[in-house]
Design a protein around this ligand. Structure first.
Ligand code: NAG
Length: 215
């Protein structure tokens, strides 16, 4: 028979393990802030000397205007800890995304964050696919928010007759971004494998590779 101590130990071990799995997220900060030293672009940057920290370290001005538009009629500016060192250790980040009429944000995912996307302007067909390949998609309007759970594939398309803008928040200082078309066709996977996966000719694959080459 288990002693009480053994039972408690088992219970604690279970709770710790469970918490570790379920509540995986950026680590909790141990300081009020740790403005990353830009020059040290490592995964664990050091903090700027706090006597040198100013209000400017906590302000990012790079999303007053859209980013550079891609061929898909989509422009985004990720406001993560790489471009905004004041976010370092704080467990959050942000994005501004703009769509031309008919513009699309190709299917992609963020490995380290859930995203809430707020429609600032426009009408956006917006959705995600869960790991059972079930789709949840609908046109959302100005003022609405959609959530994309961490790590699931999601996508957006401007279906309004004007340009559209969304603002997204992430529960990680560095959510990561992987676009499926580029991952598959722009990464140098052997042509033969892609031909077999998609049942396409060498010519078709070459075309797709050209189209989705990273830039
Ligand atoms: C931080 O800056 C202050 C003021 O310039 C200086 O006295 C101190 O030594 C610095 N601390 C570190 C760890 O460099």
């Amino acid at each position: 028979m288990q002693t009480m101590i053994q039972k408690i130990t088992l219970f604690l071990a279970f709770v710790l393990l469970h918490n570790h799995v379920v509540f995986a997220s950026d680590p909790d900060p141990v300081l009020d802030y740790c403005v990353a030293i830009k020059e040290s672009a490592t995964s664990n940057p050091s903090c700027k000397n706090s006597s040198a920290v100013t209000v400017e370290d906590f302000i990012f001005s790079g999303i007053k205007t859209p980013g550079n538009y891609r061929q898909t009629g989509f422009a985004s500016v990720a406001v993560n800890s790489n471009v905004f060192p004041g976010l370092n250790t704080l467990g959050m980040s942000f994005v501004r995304a703009d769509f031309d009429v008919d513009g699309i944000n190709v299917p992609h995912f963020h490995p380290r964050a859930t995203e809430t996307a707020f429609v600032l302007e426009g009408r956006i067909y917006s959705g995600f696919i869960d790991t059972s390949n079930r789709i949840f998609a609908k046109v959302i309007e100005k003022g609405e928010v959609m959530v994309f759970p961490r790590g699931v594939v999601h996508f957006q398309m401007n279906v309004g007759d004007k340009p559209a803008t969304i603002l997204g928040s992430f529960d990680s200082q560095n959510p990561g971004l992987q676009r499926l078309p580029t991952a598959i066709f722009g990464s140098g996977i052997k042509e033969e494998l892609l031909e077999k996966v998609f049942g396409l000719s060498t010519k078709d694959i070459a075309k797709l590779r050209k189209r989705f080459a990273p830039h």
